[in-house]
Design a protein around this ligand. Structure first.
Ligand SMILES: [Zn+2]
Length: 561
C-alpha cells in the first residue's frame, strides 16, 4: 500500500466478523455453483509455497536493490519477470512486448515552500511542516501565487449521486480553496449521509486536489484532523523532499498551482483571523445546503521551488488469451516496485510486494496450463511506482493496453499471506460491486469465509493499485490475507499480522528468509485463481452496486458495448 497507509497502523487488523459465503448473493451464487465445472474449486497446479519461495527469494534479494523505479534493480526485475512469464507460457501483453514504458517525473524541493496570509491588520507567515506543507505538481521550476483570496469550500466535494455540491455558486478561479478531509458521512456518523463512517473516494486528499483543479482553483489546502484523516499530522508533515508523479501533455498545468495541507491549529488561527469559528463552519459544511464562503478578507501569497527530473520506468504486461472471448479481459495487478536503498541499507520488500509479484507469475502459469483454457483472456500487470502514489497503475488506466470497456474486472495482489493458512479471507472492496457473487462462490468452494475490510473509515480501498482502475470505472477488488489461522485461530493470526505491520512494514527488516511460511499465501492464491476463473468463464459484466461512486463512469464506459 502507499505510504499513507503507515499511519493507519494495521488497517485490516480488528477481530474478524466473518460473513458466511453465499449469505449476500442468493440466486446468482446458486446459479454459479450449479454451473458444470464450477461447483468445486478448480485445480491450480503450479501454485505452491515452494514456488513462492523460489520467486520471492530472487525478487527480494540484495542484488535487486529494493526494486526502485529506474534503478539497476528495475532492470533485473523486468528481466526476471519477462523470463518467468515466458517460461510460464504467457504471451507478451503489449503487442510483441512484455513492457509498457511509464515516464515518471520527480520534483525535488530546492527551498522550503512559503505561504503568507494577509487580511486587514492580520499577517502570518505559515511555518513549513509545523503549520503547513505544500507542493506543486506542475512541471515548472517555480510557482508563485499572489493575493489569492481564501475560500472555505466545506468538504470540497461534487458528488451527483449523493446530491452534493460544495462548489455550487462558487467561482473558484484564482482562489485558494480550504477544504476538510474525509466526507460528510464520516463526521456526522449518519449512515444515510454518503456511506456513513466508511470513507468514499470523496474523502481522500487526492480527490480534493483533483476536484479543486477541475474547479479552476489556484491553490488547494486540506485541513488536517487526525480522526477523519486516519493518520496524524506527523505523517503529513514528514513530507519527503522529493515526490514523484506522472506528466500530462499540458505539463500538468490543469492541476492547481499549489497543493497542500494546513494543520488543524493553523486552520483554526486563520479562521479566527477571518472572524469565523472553525467548529461552527465545519458543522455548517455537514448540511447539504452549505455554501462555500470567503474567509473574510484573507489572501495568500505562496511560492514553491523545485528541480524537476525524469525517470523511465515500466509496467510489465503478460497475456493468457481466452479461448472463446479473447477480447474480454480480467486483469491481475501487483506492484513490483519497492523503496530501493539508502547507502548500504536495502529495503528488500519481500512481503511488500515481492510476494504479490511472485503470485502473479504463478497465477499466469496456472491459467496458461489450464485445460480447457479460460473463456475470457487474463492479463497480468505487475506495475511500477505504487509506493510513490499508485503511479504505474494510474498510467496504465490512463493509457490502457486493452480497452477499459472490455476489461471485466481487476483483482489486485498487494502483500500475500505470510501468517499461514486461514479459514477466512479479507476482501477490501467487498460490498461495492457485483464481483462479490464470484468471491462468495469461490470462497464457498474453498471452504473459506469472507471477511470484509475491517476499517472502511481508513479508506484502505483507495490506497493500492486496483483503485486506479476503479477510478476509471472498472470494478476492482483487493483480496488480502485473513486472520483466522487454521492452526492458532484469530488471536494468533492478528498477532502475526501485527508484528509485521508494526515492525517490518516499509522497513529494511522486510527481507526474505527460507523460514517464511508461504503455505497460506499459496492457499490464498488458489482462491484468487478460482475467483478469476469464475469471472473468465462467465458471460456476466458485474457492475458497481447502485449508489457506488464509480458506477456512473462504468455505465458511460459500457454504453454501446
Ligand atoms: Zn508498500
Amino acid at each position: 500500500m502507499d505510504k499513507h497507509h503507515i499511519a493507519s497502523g494495521n488497517a485490516l487488523d480488528t477481530p474478524a466478523r466473518a460473513i458466511r459465503p453465499g449469505h449476500f448473493c442468493a440466486l446468482l451464487c446458486a446459479a454459479l455453483l450449479l454451473q458444470p465445472g464450477l461447483s468445486a474449486a478448480a485445480p491450480a497446479g503450479p501454485i505452491s509455497a515452494d514456488a513462492l519461495h523460489r520467486h520471492i527469494s530472487v525478487l527480494a534479494s540484495d542484488e535487486f536493490e529494493g526494486r526502485w523505479p529506474g534503478s539497476r534493480g528495475e532492470e533485473l526485475t523486468l528481466d526476471y519477470l519477462q523470463q518467468a512469464f515466458e517460461a510460464a507460457g504467457a504471451l507478451p501483453g503489449n503487442g510483441d512486448s512484455f513492457l509498457q514504458p511509464v515516464p515518471l517525473v520527480s520534483w525535488t524541493m530546492d527551498v522550503e515552500p512559503s505561504i503568507t496570509v494577509r487580511g486587514g491588520d492580520f499577517e502570518a507567515e505559515l511555518v513549513y511542516r509545523e503549520d503547513m506543507v505544500a507542493v506543486t505538481r506542475r512541471l515548472v521550476d517555480e510557482v508563485t501565487v499572489t493575493g489569492s483570496p481564501l475560500v472555505f469550500a466545506g468538504y470540497g466535494v461534487v458528488a451527483p449521486e449523493y446530491g452534493w455540491n460544495d462548489y455550487e455558486g462558487l467561482d473558484a478561479r484564482g482562489k485558494t480553496v480550504v477544504v476538510l478531509v474525509n466526507d460528510p458521512g464520516f463526521e456526522s456518523g449518519d449512515p444515510e449521509l454518503f456511506t456513513g463512517r466508511a470513507m468514499t473516494y470523496y474523502g481522500r486528499w487526492t480527490y480534493k486536489y483533483e476536484e479543486a483543479a477541475r474547479q479552476g482553483a489556484e491553490a488547494v489546502l486540506v485541513v488536517h484532523e487526525t480522526e477523519p484523516a486516519s493518520y496524524g499530522w506527523a505523517v503529513v508533515s514528514r513530507g519527503d523532499s522529493e515526490h514523484f508523479g506522472l506528466e500530462t501533455p499540458d505539463g500538468n498545468r490543469s492541476r492547481a498551482a499549489v497543493e497542500g495541507w494546513l494543520s488543524a491549529e493553523a486552520a483554526a488561527r486563520l479562521f479566527a483571523a477571518a472572524g469565523e469559528d472553525f467548529a461552527a463552519l465545519k458543522a455548517a459544511a455537514l448540511k447539504p445546503d452549505f455554501q462555500a464562503q470567503p474567509l473574510g478578507e484573507l489572501r495568500a501569497d505562496m511560492r514553491v521551488r523545485n528541480t524537476i527530473s525524469r525517470t523511465d520506468s515500466n509496467n510489465v504486461v503478460a497475456l493468457v488469451p481466452g479461448a472463446s472471448h479473447p477480447d474480454e479481459y480480467i486483469i491481475f495487478t501487483a506492484h513490483w516496485d519497492h523503496l530501493g536503498r539508502t547507502g548500504d541499507e536495502i529495503f528488500n520488500g519481500a512481503v511488500d510486494n515481492a510476494s504479490g509479484t511472485a503470485g502473479l507469475l504463478l497465477l499466469a502459469e496456472a491459467y496458461a496450463k489450464l485445460d480447457p483454457p479460460p473463456e475470457r483472456s487474463l492479463l497480468f500487470v505487475p506495475v511500477t511506482a505504487e509506493e510513490q502514489g499508485l503511479l504505474g497503475s494510474a498510467y496504465y488506466a490512463a493509457n490502457p493496453v486493452v480497452p477499459l470497456e472490455r476489461t471485466v474486472a481487476v483483482i489486485n495482489v498487494d502483500v500475500l499471506n505470510f501468517i499461514g493458512p486461514t479459514r477466512d479471507i479479507t476482501v477490501v472492496g467487498y460490498g461495492a460491486s457485483e464481483l462479490d457473487a464470484f468471491v462468495d462462490a469461490a470462497a464457498a468452494a474453498h471452504d473459506r469465509t469472507v471477511r470484509p475490510d475491517q476499517r472502511p473509515a481508513a479508506g484502505v480501498y483507495y490506497r493500492s493499485d486496483h483503485f486506479s482502475f476503479a477510478k476509471q470505472g472498472v470494478p476492482a477488488l483487493y483480496p488480502n490475507m485473513g486472520r483466522d489461522l487454521a492452526d492458532g485461530g484469530t488471536e494468533r493470526g492478528a498477532e502475526l499480522a501485527q508484528s509485521y505491520y508494526g515492525e517490518r512494514y516499509h522497513d529494511v527488516a522486510d527481507e526474505y528468509s527460507p523460514d517464511m511460511d508461504w503455505r497460506g499465501g499459496a492457499e490464498d492464491l488458489k482462491l484468487y485463481f478460482d475467483i478469476g476463473l469464475r469471472i473468465a468463464n462467465s458471460r456476466e459484466w458485474p457492475n458497481w452496486n447502485e449508489g457506488n461512486e464509480f458506477r456512473a463512469v462504468r455505465d458511460a464506459q459500457r454504453a454501446g458495448q
